[in-house]
Design a protein around this ligand. Structure first.
Ligand SMILES: [Zn+2]
Length: 378
């Protein structure tokens, strides 16, 4: 989730807003000004209700920000890199990078967010009773407290990627010492909760609450998607445990990029079983790569006159790794990239191979088979 615009920095953390948050802020303002406030406090002008609605929406955004800042600052205190906080359609997202050192730290980082929401909730509701809920201020503060309470409870649902899921993860990790098992359990729980929400949403929908039902179901769907991605990611990570880049890479030498496509195909593609070809320029340096698919799209006429480098893809964004590096981390860091080549393997200045998604899953399968055979032989 990218920010559409940046608000600034708080405590050194970049705070951004995705445009979708404006939709939510608008809807909240409308529901406060058009329903909740007039129903609670009677006899005010429409302008007053509208201003109240806007203040309420802003207050909610600020309290979501406080929740996320809690995660971010706690994370940074324990050595995690905090990139930014983005507010979006479904609340906030604190982008933390780096490995969590321990289950205890994970629990602290995850727990602080709901703790802040809970605190704001209790203080808000308490203040509302002191001020009196029949005043506009009292009604607003009370509403804000209530919403924060709901936010805290929702976030504590024990499934990834919710904070409660992180707490569950920390608990299992702490108890068993097995991180991957903890991730499997937390993401399964996340999917379960997500499907549950989709079910509840459908029920709401059928009972006549169209918008509310769709909203609940959408949140459920977001949860299912995120939890599944985490499960996949963890499966890859655990499969890569102990493997080196060398075991993942598809070895290859680079081939000249100045040949016309047809000659290139006859000379290199047909005799080979590769699906990706590394290219070298006149200067002997890697100039890019081309895939079998790219080549098959070249038209008949072009095939006879165009050099293969015309269809080359750039290596500029492809990370360079060495064969002896651990394989872990290569895939995780590049998951978002949809390029066919995950990394270029270079040894002593020369490219010696590439890492593809296919190569990664094949290496994981091989490692699993080896493990299985070893176990069976005792
Ligand atoms: Zn949170």
């Amino acid at each position: 989730m990218r920010s559409t615009f940046t608000l600034g920095r708080i405590g050194g953390v970049k705070v951004g807003i995705n445009w979708t948050v404006l939709v939510i802020a608008g809807l909240i303002t409308l529901s406060l000004a058009g329903g909740i406030l007039p129903a609670t406090v009677e006899g005010r002008s429409e302008v007053e209700y509208l201003v109240g609605g806007i203040i309420g929406a802003l207050g909610l955004l600020v309290s979501i920000l406080a929740h996320e800042l809690g995660h971010a600052l706690m994370g940074r205190r324990h050595g995690l890199k905090v990139d930014s906080i983005t507010l979006w359609l479904f609340g906030g997202l604190a982008q933390l990078e780096g490995e969590l050192p321990s289950a205890r730290v994970e629990a602290k980082v995850a727990g602080i967010g709901p703790a802040i929401s809970l605190f704001v909730g209790v203080v808000g509701i308490g203040a509302a009773f002191l001020i009196g809920t029949t005043t506009l201020t009292g009604a607003l503060v009370g509403w804000l407290g209530l919403v924060n309470l709901v936010l805290a409870i929702f976030n504590l649902l024990p499934g990834a990627p919710l904070d409660g899921g992180r707490l569950l993860h920390a608990f299992i990790w702490g108890r068993t010492g097995d991180r991957h098992r903890a991730t499997r359990s937390a993401s399964n729980a996340g999917r379960f909760i997500g499907f549950g929400l989709i079910g509840i949403g459908l029920l709401e929908f059928l009972l006549g609450s169209v918008v509310g039902g769709m909203w609940t179901a959408t949140i459920g769907w977001v949860l299912v998607t995120a939890a599944s991605a985490e499960a996949r990611h963890s499966a890859t990570e655990s499969g890569l445990d102990g493997l080196t880049v060398h075991q993942l890479m598809e070895p290859m030498t680079s081939v000249p990029d100045w040949l016309v496509v047809e000659e290139f195909v006859l000379r290199y593609v047909v005799p080979s079983r590769q699906t990706v070809f590394l290219l070298t320029g006149f200067d002997g340096r890697p100039s890019g790569y081309v895939t079998l698919k790219d080549l098959s799209k070249v038209g008949q006429d072009d095939r006879l006159i165009q050099p293969v480098r015309r269809y080359a893809r750039s290596l500029a964004d492809v990370p360079v790794v060495s064969p002896t590096e651990p394989a872990k981390g290569i895939v995780s860091a590049r998951q978002a990239v949809v390029s066919p080549v995950l990394a270029l393997v270079v040894e002593g200045g020369d490219p010696v191979g590439i890492i593809t998604r296919r190569g990664v899953s094949a290496a994981i399968e091989r490692a699993r088979l080896m493990e299985d055979i070893r176990r069976n032989r005792g």
